[in-house]
Design a protein around this ligand. Structure first.
Ligand code: C2E
Ligand code: MG
Ligand code: MG
Length: 717
């Protein structure tokens, strides 16, 4: 072996960096062994092609090339065998065009193996002349192949590292590396983006720099014991950014151990999960609280009550230790219709806040639905305590609410049920308090009512009535009777009032009994339509018999406006029968009209401009406000029976009726006296200038088939 050659090669490559290592070694080798070409080529995975990474031609670097391995000596080398042909290599591989083109005579090739011992590159020398010292060449190749292999491993390792680095640098996940003493040695760009800290900021610092102080000492103890014992820990942790803002991250820490089982580093991967956390918290909040008022929702209320009930289980001193109040805001809908929905929302918020300000920390306020709230009041000393509490609530609500600079007065209808006395479980307790609240509403609102068995019976009866009404509507169990209305001026019957009758399994049920229930349960529109249709059919009958100028008064409930009856449907019904709107008068009860009901005013205006007339029923029983007469389009006023019977009693008063008639006359409104039973009453009404009389004096309500006869036979005298 020529020691000088080896020394020169070693010298030439000893000072070079890995960038030109392969070029240098090819150049040195080609000079040392007098080869025409020396090259190193990598083999592709299919072992079909080789690509040179360095080629030297007689001591000079030349361009790289790729070639097919089939039919070449390099194919054997790439399969792991050394291959040497000192001469005539072209004869042995006649299909190797490269050998022919380069005019090659001698060939030496050695495989270059991976660390796993697989050939993935080759070192080849090509000679145009016969190789003189072939063994020396082989020996040198074998000697340096190890060195080249090592360099190849290094470069592939560097490639892998570069690849990993680019992943670490470009990943969205924040990465931090600490040395074994927990000093931060590396952070990636995502870490800087997430925390605001650069690597320089954290030089010589530990992860404590990021601490938010939110986690307890025991939290960190558990974390480090996980890392020390299992080599890994992951979980949620609150940290602090450079700007002081806290954030929640999902953290995963791994302890890195070297081949000697020595701890070298810690790596930490984080993802910012603050947004998800906020969204989760919001969902949690929405699940338990009302978004608008921030009061608890029904579910939370029920859970709260259930927990309280458990606490009371062993206490026997008080039979009524807690009470549930179900609260309804009186006439809440008017805030929405009179102002706006956002105004209504503000009402709800302020009511919730005011209720919240009254309760103690042991109690709870909840918004249970639309304008319904509930309060659960704990630790009552006795039954009277709740009365004091309600006094407080009422007192608190005397102060007006200021919403959008408008002063509004809000009153409440409150139903109360005691835990244990009235119900032992939360659902029953709520139902009973709700029943009591409905009773408070029925009492005219702005009041409170305690649950009692009587109330419950009433509610059950009402529920039964509702079910019967539903089936009565379906089976058309209703009929209509007609009460004559006599014109004092014409001394004839010009109108009839249509009055509904319900034949319930053979017995008659008064409308006074079932109309309020129909109104309460939203069945009133169907009933109103039914009566209007029957009245129209009756008008057609009468027309056929020659009674062409008759008007029928149809009662319609004010609740039909709020239940969404559209303005034209009543007119459409009248037109469907080819009747002129003038032949129908709609009667509305004064007590149910509220001056702020704009929708109602619009519909009434439309009916009136179409030709229908509007009568204000039971005048005097409600607010009797002049305001109604001015704001509503009213043609006729019906004085309630109570005033009429009052006129003829001992010490009776005709002044009131006289005043009503004068006022109506002044406003151009005609007057009907209702419930006239006596001749004396007729006489007074004639004197007072009343326009119409309706009552048993002339006739009770009549079956429809009797109307033609009644009209033909009618004599005023
Ligand atoms: P209203 O509209 O004031 O009807 C007059 C009521 O007084 C009728 O009672 C009628 O039979 C009764 N009445 C008439 N003259 C006399 C009399 O001289 N003496 C006495 N004691 N009573 C007299 P009814 O038919 O029981 O109706 C009661 C109420 O039910 C009606 O009062 C009305 O508010 C409501 N109603 C009746 N039919 C309907 C309807 O189809 N729809 C709606 N929404 N309500 C109706
Ligand atoms: Mg009426
Ligand atoms: Mg009436």
């Amino acid at each position: 072996m020529n020691v000088h050659r080896i020394t020169s090669i070693v010298k030439s490559i000893s000072n070079i960096n890995s960038n030109n290592f392969f070029d240098e070694i090819c150049i040195s080798l080609s000079s040392a062994i007098d080869a025409d070409f020396v090259f190193i080529a990598t083999i592709d995975e299919t072992k079909k092609n080789a690509t040179s990474i360095s080629v030297a031609n007689r001591g000079r670097k030349v361009d790289n090339f790729t070639y097919g391995l089939e039919f070449t000596p390099c194919a054997e080398v790439s399969n792991g065998s050394n291959c040497t042909h000192s001469c005539n290599v072209q004869d042995l591989y006649p299909d190797d065009q490269l050998l022919v083109d380069m005019d090659i005579n001698g060939y030496v090739g050695v495989p270059l193996n991976t660390s796993k011992g697989e050939a993935n590159a080759i070192l080849v020398a090509l000679f145009t002349e016969e190789i003189s010292k072939v063994q020396e060449v082989e020996a040198l190749f074998l000697l340096f192949s190890g060195l080249i292999e090592k360099e190849l491993h290094k470069s592939s390792y560097l490639q892998t590292i570069e690849f990993s680095n680019s992943i670490i640098e470009n990943t969205h996940e924040a990465i931090m590396v600490c040395d074994k003493n927990k000093y931060i040695t590396y952070v990636n760009p995502s870490f800087t983006q997430m925390t605001g800290y650069t690597q320089i900021d954290l030089q010589g610092k530990t992860p404590k720099t990021l601490s938010s102080g939110k986690q307890s000492k025991s939290f960190y103890q558990a974390m480090w014991s996980g890392i020390n014992n299992k080599g890994h820990w992951q979980g949620e942790i609150w940290n602090k950014r450079k700007d002081g803002n806290e954030y929640l991250e999902w953290l995963s820490i791994t302890a890195i151990i070297d081949e000697n089982n020595e701890l070298t580093h810690y790596t930490a991967f984080f993802t910012d999960i603050t947004e998800q956390h906020v969204a989760k918290e919001k969902r949690k909040f929405q699940d338990s609280y009302d978004d608008l008022t921030k009061a608890a929702n029904k579910k939370t209320l029920f859970t709260f009550i259930e927990r309280s009930i458990i606490q009371y289980e062993n206490q026997i001193e008080c039979n009524t230790p807690a009470a549930l109040l179900v609260i309804d805001i009186d006439l809440f809908k008017k805030f929405n219709s009179l102002y706006s929905h956002s105004f209504g929302d503000e009402v709800l918020i302020q009511v919730a806040n005011r209720l919240q300000s009254i309760i103690r920390s042991s109690d709870i306020v909840a918004r249970t639905s639309g304008d319904n709230f509930a309060l659960f009041v704990n630790h009552l000393i006795n039954q009277d305590s709740i009365v004091h509490f309600i006094d407080e609530v009422t007192h608190e609500f005397i102060k007006p609410f200021v919403i959008n600079d408008i002063n509004v007065k809000i009153t409440l209808s409150i139903g109360i049920a005691y835990f244990r006395r009235d119900a032992q479980d939360v659902h029953r307790l709520f139902e009973k308090a709700e029943q009591a609240m409905f009773a408070a509403k029925d009492n005219g609102r702005n009041s409170f009512e305690f649950y009692s068995q009587l109330l419950s019976d009433k509610a059950n009866k009402e529920e039964q009535l509702k079910l019967s009404l539903e089936s009565a509507i379906e089976n058309d169990e209703f009929s209509v009777v007609y009460q004559p209305i006599v014109s004092l001026k014409n001394q004839s019957v010009t109108k009839f009032e249509a009055l509904i009758r319900w034949n319930k399994s053979g017995s008659w049920v008064s409308p006074v009994e079932f109309i309020p229930t129909a109104e309460k349960f939203g069945l009133i529109s169907q009933i109103g339509d039914l009566v209007l249709n029957k009245a129209c059919m009756e008008l057609i009958n009468l027309k056929k018999m020659g009674f062409t100028d008759i008007i029928i008064n149809v009662n319609r409930s004010i609740y039909e406006f709020s239940s969404g009856a559209d303005d034209t449907s009543w007119l459409d019904t009248i037109k469907k029968y080819n009747l002129s709107p003038e032949s129908i008068c709609f009667e509305l009860t004064e007590s149910a009209l509220a001056p702020e009901n704009d929708k109602c005013i619009t519909i009434l205006n439309e009916l009136q401009s179409a030709g229908c007339t509007i009568a204000l029923d039971d005048f005097g029983t409600g607010y009797s406000s002049l305001n109604y007469l001015r704001r509503f389009p009213i043609d006729t006023l019906k004085i309630d029976r109570g005033f009429i019977s009052e006129m003829t009693k001992v010490d009776g008063d005709v002044v009131l009726v006289s005043a009503i008639i004068s006022m109506a006359n002044a406003l151009g409104i005609s007057v009907v006296a209702e419930g006239v039973e006596l001749k004396k009453e007729v006489d007074i009404l004639v004197l007072l200038g009343c326009d119409y009389i309706q009552g048993y004096y002339f006739s009770k309500p009549l079956l429809p088939e009797l109307l033609p006869q009644y009209l033909s036979d009618f004599q005023y005298a």
